[in-house]
Design a protein around this ligand. Structure first.
Ligand SMILES: NC(=O)c1ccc[n+]([C@@H]2O[C@H](COP(=O)([O-])OP(=O)(O)OC[C@H]3O[C@@H](n4cnc5c(N)ncnc54)[C@H](O)[C@@H]3O)[C@@H](O)[C@H]2O)c1
Length: 440
């Protein structure tokens, strides 16, 4: 099939590349000329494991092209995928400025049989609005569908190639059949292809993210109660997770969720509910709890140092909102950085992939290190904000030797308390007993 993908970010680039990999002719479009030039030269502007090789292979085979011109990409396309950002606006609603700009820009070039498919996460009812707007622009009938994306950054290729399910919202069986054929190569293990109305498809995406965010805020709240009660969230987690009704997935306490999806999607769904006079109290609580959780490590650090933070040297491991991505949108590490800078700390940071994005935001207000251990030189404390695999088994003796004070704030519970005690650290983690080196 001939496919145009408009918006070449985390989702559009993966979508376009994976469709090309399964034999389609794909043209990816973006308004960001620099991004398109880099992609044409085989230089991938984001970090996503495995993506670079797939792009190279499909450019070489001629199945994947990049352009800034919808006038090139759209006319031959049977499917026009919309994958632009839908960020959070001031009110909490999804900002659809980019989406409407794209809808208007593709209209003059859409061929009569093309289906415009929304991959971006959009408020319920957007598909119907796209239909009306396109129809008005075109002066004829048109075909629109919704195909929300469930990939996870850091595992995006695998998620796209082997989805748990594919959801499409269509208004005709024929459109559903075309999309089923498109996805057939990805569903060979009998995972379901689910067709429904565009409204239900749009809602499915928000409900999925809202539930995942709810699980995170729930376990985070439980971890704070554990701390107050001298209980250990690790034991509690084991105690509940073996219950087949509960399970272990997505029940890890930490520093709160971030990224480009959960924060904005929880708020956008709350906003949508409000617009229909539904008071979405769980969503509001999930968002509030997440805000509280993002302040936890800054607070623990302030308490530990009796609010005397000016001049303290703090090292930070992990800046991305989660491992295996360079994405720092709404990352909990940014809240920590802001609080510690405001308190006059000197910060040394390391992240395997996200440093250039952080450097763009903070410039020379932070010290950046390519090697994680160098962050610790003469540090009063270390805070761990992202659970990258390479942070998990460090040389504790070397860590301690480099630090001025052996204090670790582990926002992701990647270390073991007993191990930290025997290595001589004062060790704070989430919902687990604090290890006080001076008490042992
Ligand atoms: N990132 C994720 O993990 C994820 C997962 C599932 C769904 N989504 C949803 O997918 C959508 C895209 O997310 P993303 O993370 O890929 O966003 P992104 O910000 O990484 O990428 C968006 C791209 O669209 C481009 N763009 C903006 N306006 C344009 C225009 N007029 N014409 C052409 N290109 C334009 C931008 O330059 C950018 O490259 C969002 O709605 C998001 O909620 C994201």
């Amino acid at each position: 099939m001939k496919i145009a993908v408009i918006g070449t970010g985390y989702v559009g680039l993966v979508t376009g590349t994976c469709f090309a990999e399964s034999g389609n002719d794909v043209v990816c479009v973006d308004i960001d000329q620099k991004k398109i030039e880099r992609l044409r030269n085989g230089d991938v502007p984001i970090y996503e494991p495995g993506l670079g090789e797939l792009i190279d292979r499909n450019i070489a085979s001629g199945r994947l092209q990049f352009t800034t011109a919808v006038s090139v990409a759209v006319p031959p396309a049977q499917l026009v995928y919309l994958a632009v950002g839908t960020p959070m606006s001031e009110s909490g609603a999804a900002d659809l400025t980019a989406l409407w700009a794209v809808v208007d820009s593709i209209a003059p070039y859409l061929n009569e049989n093309a289906i415009t498919v929304t991959k971006s996460t959009v408020p319920v009812g957007t598909n119907a609005q796209i239909f009306s707007r396109l129809k008005k622009n075109l002066g004829r009938d048109c075909r629109v569908a919704s195909n929300p994306e469930f990939l996870k950054e850091g595992a995006a290729i695998d998620d796209f190639m082997k989805p748990d399910r594919v959801v499409v919202g269509v208004r005709s069986a024929e459109d559903g059949e075309i999309l089923r054929r498109l996805y057939a190569p990805f569903l060979r293990t009998e995972k379901p292809f689910l067709t429904m109305s565009p409204e239900s498809a749009e809602m499915t995406k928000y409900v999925a993210n809202a539930l995942l965010a709810t699980k995170i805020s729930f376990i985070n709240e439980m971890s704070r109660i554990c701390s107050a009660m001298d209980a250990n969230i690790d034991d509690v987690r084991r105690g509940i997770g073996h219950d087949s009704r509960i399970g272990f997935a997505f029940l890890f306490p930490g520093v709160g969720y971030g990224g480009s999806c959960f924060p904005k999607d929880v708020r956008a769904l709350d906003y949508l509910a409000k617009s229909k006079n539904v008071d979405a109290q769980i969503l509001q609580a999930v968002d509030r709890v997440n805000g509280v959780q993002k302040e936890l490590v800054p607070q623990l650090i302030k308490q530990h140092f009796d609010n005397q933070l000016a001049g303290k040297k703090i090292g930070i491991w992990g800046l991305a909102f989660k491992p295996k991505t360079d994405d720092i949108r709404e990352a909990p590490a940014l809240v920590l950085i802001d609080r510690l800078l405001d308190s006059g700390c000197e910060l040394s940071v390391h992240d395997p992939e996200a440093m250039s994005n952080v450097c763009e935001k903070y410039g020379d207000r932070l010290n950046y290190f390519d090697r994680q251990l160098d962050v610790l030189n003469n540090a009063d404390a270390l805070a761990i904000m992202t659970e990258w695999g390479e942070f998990r088994t460090p040389d504790y003796a070397e860590m301690k030797a480099r630090m001025k004070q052996a204090v670790v704030f582990d926002g992701r519970n990647i270390f073991n308390g007993e191990q930290m005690r025997s290595a001589g650290f004062t060790y704070y983690s989430i919902g687990r007993p604090t290890v006080d080196a001076s008490a042992s």
